[in-house]
Write a protein that binds this ligand. Structure first.
Ligand code: NAD
Length: 254
């Protein structure tokens, strides 16, 4: 029989951003199912996620933050520590996308996307890593990248720039924090059926072109990230550093 004990998250505390719905919700539920206590950090009350965690009997803390402002990340981590005594895992999931021709993108749209998808990823990682170093015992940081960490895409210049930078930042932080026992990795979801891709799925031509190119023959779902996120959050991945794992139904392999 295979020993799967390395995958348990019993006793660990996982801070997950933007988990009121979509991929973040799927990952928060998966981490809780593996035994983690969840610190759910959202702009608005994550009622559905909290109800599901409660139904599972999973301890969870509901915290509010808007990640366009990097001030206050230390206080956020302090609240998590006050409630659960420690923070071991960070999933930098909150993100946004704004679609416009590159000729028309405004500075405000650029800043909104890059501040949330890149700047907040760094500063929240820094706040959690400081706590992990102070408490000892290492840690796990999982950034949410994208197919546009590898490819150019269309009509999403700020998103592509930010998600490509997330791949590089994941490598950079992995190098610096490996001596502290902190592994920094990323997950690059393929085309997933969430609000983020609503406009694409509503466009019949784009939607069928995308679907035809996915070897798995379907759009991904939040549940498709469950195994990968638990693996990267657990001791099973202790020798995996700085890697971005595509969970894309084979999109990049084509
Ligand atoms: P979603 O729109 O359903 O979820 C985005 C989450 O980010 C929500 O919880 C939202 O409240 C939160 N958020 C947005 N702006 C915020 C802010 N200023 N402060 C705090 N939270 C904020 O979309 P999703 O598909 O679940 O996206 C989750 C992550 O996955 C994002 O980083 C996204 O870029 C990435 N991603 C999605 C896909 C996809 O196909 N859906 C593919 C690759 C990467």
């Amino acid at each position: 029989m295979t020993d799967t004990s390395a995958f348990t998250l019993q006793g660990r505390v996982a801070l997950v951003t933007g988990c009121n719905k979509g991929l973040g919700q799927g990952m928060a539920l998966a981490l809780a199912a593996a035994g983690a206590r969840i610190v759910a950090v959202n702009r608005s009350a994550p009622d559905d996620t909290m109800a599901r965690l409660q139904a599972m009997g999973a301890p969870a803390l509901d915290l509010r933050a808007d990640f366009t402002d990097v001030a206050g990340y230390g206080a956020l981590v302090a609240q998590a520590v006050q409630a659960f005594g420690r923070v071991d895992i960070l999933v930098n999931n909150a993100g946004t996308i704004r679609r416009a021709d590159a000729l028309d993108v405004t500075e405000a749209d650029w800043d909104a996307v890059v501040d949330l998808n890149l700047k907040s990823v760094f500063f929240l990682s820094q706040a959690v890593a400081r706590q992990c170093v102070a408490q000892g015992g290492g840690g796990k940081i999982i950034n949410i990248a994208s197919m546009l960490s590898y490819q150019g895409g269309l009509r999403v210049p700020a998103y592509t720039a930010a998600k490509s930078a997330v791949l590089g930042l994941t490598r950079q932080l992995a190098n610096e924090w490996a001596p502290h026992g902190i592994q920094v990795n990323a997950i690059a979801p393929g085309y997933m059926a969430t609000d983020n891709t609503e406009a694409l799925r509503a466009d019949a031509d784009r939607s069928s072109a995308i679907l035809a190119r996915i070897p798995a023959g379907r759009w991904g779902t939040p549940a498709d990230l469950a195994g990968p996120v638990v693996f990267l959050a657990s001791a099973a991945s202790d020798y995996v550093n700085g890697f971005t794992l595509a969970v894309d139904g084979g999109w990049l392999a084509r």
